[in-house]
Design a protein. Structure first.
Length: 170
């Protein structure tokens, strides 16, 4: 019976590699976002010549939004891979991000919520800039959704703080 248990545990342990394609898929999504970012950058350059200030601001906010999403994807891919699949063997490479290898599940959850709130804030700012094209109801929904993200993020942080205070691991 011990042999069966050992085999099952070995299969279970190795099954973590089933997650690797998900994390590499996120890296691919960053490449797709890079293509979109390049198109937006070209549109910004064109708008700087013939566009309005309003258009420049919205395009710049859209670039910020894309950068935030790409950064979020990278954090999730790196920390998810390191937490659930395998350590990334970069040794003491000088360019290794300081947070790499130190972001646990709880930290990842808080970073995710922080990024979602930031992305939501950028989208809300774009909506306010285009407020003349939206109804009060549409603006109200966007503010409400943003506040829901802020409230959820605050709850995650409070819950994490309470759990941390009880001496439970991150």
């Amino acid at each position: 019976m011990k042999r069966v248990e050992t085999i099952l545990e070995s299969v279970m342990f190795r099954s973590r590699w089933l997650l690797a394609p998900f994390f590499f898929g996120l890296v691919f999504a960053i490449l797709v976002l890079l293509v979109k970012f390049a198109k937006l950058l070209a549109a910004l350059a064109a708008a700087s010549i013939s566009g309005s200030e309003h258009e420049l601001i919205v395009l710049t906010l859209t670039l910020i939004d894309a950068a935030l999403v790409a950064s979020l994807l990278l954090i999730i891919a790196f920390s998810g891979y390191e937490n659930f699949v395998s350590k990334i063997g970069t040794g003491e490479h000088e360019d290794r991000p300081a947070w790499m290898g130190k972001v646990g599940f709880s930290d990842l959850k808080l970073k995710l919520m922080g990024a979602i709130v930031a992305i939501s804030a950028v989208e809300l700012l774009k909506a306010f800039i285009n407020a003349d094209r939206l109804t009060n109801t549409q603006l109200g929904w966007r503010v409400g959704i943003h506040l829901a993200f802020v409230f959820s993020g605050a709850l995650f942080a409070v819950t994490d703080r309470l759990t941390e205070g009880k001496g439970e691991p991150h």
